[in-house]
Ligand binder design. Structure first.
Ligand code: FAD
Ligand code: NAD
Length: 466
């Protein structure tokens, strides 16, 4: 039986980063993945393909709605749906190819098959051809998550689908109802609405992207509504039905009034559940919580000290970069290093247009916990850069401690917010003040100046720029 120092189960962003860092630290490392391609949810059916389609459809929408004002006339703008999906597939395959290269470069053994614990120390790996056993001194479980559903809603993968099936459609749907106005809901709504699908979002909460600062969801709602998406908040879905050609969704508003809609597809985006099926946890002493997430301590150790777990399978923010941080933490912890992750400083991004990005505490959190704060908010409509590019929707908002000026939260909705948020992460990670942030130089004209102005306002000074 082959013996390894570290065996990583699952090759998503948690697993592949953990394997690479383990190999860099000199450990004999194996990575086990049940699918042919590496990269997990993020690379194959998550972050990467959605961003490829969001970019393509953004170009298409710009060509329709903005080019003329920029002085660009096109005779005919036509959607080639299959080419759009083909390009998306090529982007995915370039990324999975990059991961193959990195595994070889770092001399990581790659095994294809489903990994299942036989006991606390031995793993069985089964594929179509064979079944083998291996042992490792340390295991890192990074098996990720799968889409959840709600009672009364059965995902048939044809009419009632998840984001995974939406990423491999053969033709543009005429209509789509999306259950859930969270991150997947609004990203998928943007993709399909931009290419002419009639999109409705049914959301149980009274905000879109309700986990983020509520100002962001409110503003996003206005923008998406203006673009033609039918958004119904305070609506709870309780049942769906499907036939060969269409699907129906049944829901209630907050007063209990019932209604229903028909659509070509109903896309279920109500969250994701930990994936531990077939992993054989029942043969170990690893514990899970009531929702099935693997329980870990601050070093990501499970109740069996040499079995670690990271990423979506342990819960918390289901984000690729959170899984990656945990992958590095575990490899370095095994190596005897002392590491710590500040979870409140992990940014969240929604890739609508404009983008939405957040790090730190929301205004709702500060209010609820009686933490005093000052707000600095600056609109993109007052930014010279935003006016030049015609991207004037949104704002930058900073929440600052009134006494010492410490940056408590940064929330942006606006062009390139996904990239701008890195600055907010640095501000919080190094505990600098709002004054530190407005005294540094910002290139003019840039979207980043909206943050400088927000820091100035939060510090009691007026804005200085346009
Ligand atoms: P996963 O990426 O889920 O990988 C787990 C891997 O383990 C899979 O490949 C699976 O096949 C394998 N596996 C499972 N069980 C076994 C077993 N027993 N044996 C062998 N292999 C096994 N996050 C962001 O940060 N940014 C985004 O833009 C973003 N966009 C997203 C868009 C969509 C549509 C979705 C669904 C998710 C998105 N996410 C995004 C979330 C992100 O994809 C996840 O947080 C991330 O993939 C979690 O990484 P992971 O390594 O924990 O697990
Ligand atoms: P989510 O938790 O963000 O949103 C689910 C939404 O569904 C919630 O707003 C909830 O109120 C609503 N809902 C639940 N039951 C309902 C019902 N019966 N009727 C109507 N609405 C209902 O989950 P998601 O959008 O499925 O995304 C899953 C995970 O994937 C998230 O944790 C997210 O972090 C990750 N993800 C991240 C990105 C990104 O980083 N850009 C993109 C996509 C997905």
């Amino acid at each position: 039986m082959e013996q390894y120092d570290i065996a990583v189960i699952g090759s998503g962003p948690g697993g592949y980063v953990a394997a690479i860092r383990s190999a860099q630290l000199g450990y004999k490392t194996v990575i086990i993945e049940k699918y042919d391609s590496l990269g997990g949810t993020c690379t194959n059916v998550g972050c990467i393909p959605t961003k490829a389609l969001l970019d393509s459809t953004h170009h298409y929408a710009e060509a329709h709605h903005k080019f003329q004002e920029h002085g660009i006339k096109l005779d005919q703008i036509e959607l080639d749906f299959s080419q759009m999906y083909k390009r998306k597939a090529e982007v995915v395959s370039k990324n999975t190819g990059g991961l193959d290269f990195l595994m070889n470069k770092n001399k990581i053994t790659r095994l294809k098959g489903t990994a299942s614990f036989v006991n606390n120390t031995t793993l069985k790996i089964t594929n179509e051809a064979e079944s083998i056993h291996i042992t490792a001194q340390n295991y890192i479980v990074a098996t990720g998550s799968k889409p959840s559903t709600i009672p009364g809603v059965e995902i048939d993968k044809k009419r009632i689908i998840t984001s995974t099936e939406a990423l491999s459609l053969n033709e543009k749907p005429k209509s789509m109802v999306i259950i859930g106005g969270g991150v997947i809901g609004v990203e998928m709504a943007s993709i399909f609405n931009r290419i002419g699908t009639q999109v409705t979002i049914l959301e149980y909460a009274d905000h879109l992207i309700a986990a983020m600062d509520h100002d962001l969801g409110k503003n996003l709602q206005k923008i998406l509504k203006k673009e033609g998406i039918d958004i119904r908040l305070n609506h709870a879905v309780y049942k769906t039905e499907s036939s060969d050609s269409e699907a129906k969704v049944f829901f209630k508003d907050k007063n209990g009034a019932e209604d229903q809609l028909e659509a070509e597809h109903i896309l279920v985006a109500v969250g994701r559940s930990p994936y531990t099926k077939g992993l054989g946890l029942e043969n170990t002493e690893v514990q899970t919580d009531e929702r099935g997430f693997i329980k870990v301590n601050e070093n990501n150790q499970t109740s069996v000290s040499h079995i670690y777990a990271i990423g979506d399978v342990i819960g918390g923010a289901m984000l690729a970069h959170k899984a990656e941080e945990e992958g590095v933490l575990v490899a370095e912890t095994i190596n005897g290093q002392k590491r710590h992750i500040h979870y409140s400083r992990i940014p969240s991004v929604v890739y609508t247009w404009p983008e939405v990005a957040s790090v730190g505490y929301s205004e709702e959190y500060l209010k609820k916990n009686n933490i005093p704060y000052n707000v600095g908010k600056f609109p993109f409509s007052a930014s010279a850069r935003a006016r030049a590019s015609m991207d004037m929707d949104g704002f930058a908002k900073v929440l600052v401690d009134p006494k010492y000026g410490e940056v408590l939260g940064v929330h942006i909705i606006g062009a390139r917010a996904a990239d701008l948020i890195a600055q907010g992460v640095i501000a919080q990670e190094y505990e600098v003040t709002a004054e530190d942030m407005f005294r540094i130089s910002y290139a003019h004209p840039t979207y980043s100046e909206t943050l400088k102005e927000a820091y100035l306002i939060a510090s009691g000074q007026g804005a200085v720029n346009i």
